[in-house]
Design a protein around this ligand. Structure first.
Ligand code: FE
Length: 255
């Protein structure tokens, strides 16, 4: 198991770090964890499940140094994001944020009554979180893929953290070198997991209003640079997926 981390932005006071490949190997899907640190406060995005919990916690605490973990962001309710949430809440003072759709389901992962009040609901429209002297935005990304799905935009690093949107599986690089060549690693996943082209378009319209240098998904490689970011947003806006193409599956049923 690797313990590598990659700094993807650093201006001296504000750092964005990718914790890379803690979960790679075996049957579990590869997942990225991201940490944002501004001065004395930090947040972890989609911390993951039990198999990686102690490695990710130790790495996060060492990156934080004397700074404090203020937030745990949960983009949606899947186990590769939420399963270890009780440990994170028991060992830190951070508050966890998740869509209001999921706050009554997450306790089934085994939330202790001592920490349940620190799981906070995010409204459908999203919200702002103050991180030391900076502010990050929680943005809607509903039905991409979860009905209550959220992204994080960090205006200092200009990184949009896109959860399962942009996920790729099976390549060996951590930054996409060529968008067209990369489509093969993400197309199947997006066609099956993302709900519909309408959900994609609503998100793309929002994303086009943001100044984005990097799109950082929760699985696979990130997209760096305005041209790569625009290619990805355009690809999403045009993709037929989910309910758009469900007939194909029912029509090919053997029953
Ligand atoms: Fe998911």
């Amino acid at each position: 198991m690797s313990t590598a981390n990659t700094v993807i932005f650093d201006n001296g006071i504000h750092r964005n770090i990718l914790l890379e490949d803690f979960g790679s190997g075996g049957a579990a899907i590869q997942a990225n964890q991201h940490v944002i640190i501004h001065g004395k406060e930090g947040m972890i995005l989609d911390p993951g499940g039990h198999k990686i919990y102690s490695s990710v916690l130790n790495e996060t605490l060492s990156l934080l140094g004397g700074s404090k973990l203020r937030y745990i962001f949960l983009s949606h309710q899947d186990p590769d994001i939420v399963a270890a949430i009780n440990g994170w809440l028991m060992t830190t003072d951070a508050d966890a944020y998740i869509s209001k759709l999921w706050t009554r389901f997450v306790p089934h992962f085994g939330l202790d009554h001592l920490v349940v009040e620190r799981l906070k609901p995010v409204p459908d429209e999203g919200m702002q979180l103050a991180l030391a002297e900076s502010t990050v935005s929680i943005l809607p990304a509903h039905f991409l893929h979860s009905p209550g799905n959220l992204h994080v935009y960090d205006p200092i690093s200009k990184i949009l953290y896109t959860s399962d949107l942009g996920a790729s599986i099976g390549m060996d690089y951590i930054e996409v070198p060529d968008f067209e060549q990369h489509i093969r690693y993400m197309e199947g996943f997006h066609k099956r997991y993302m709900a519909s082209n309408k959900a994609m378009r609503l998100w793309a319209d929002m994303a086009r209003t943001l100044d984005i240098d990097i799109i950082a998904p929760q699985h696979g490689a990130l997209f760096r640079g305005k041209e790569m970011v625009n290619q990805f947003i355009n690809w999403c806006a045009d993709l037929q997926c989910g309910t758009d193409i469900m007939e194909n599956i029912y029509n090919s049923s053997s029953t």
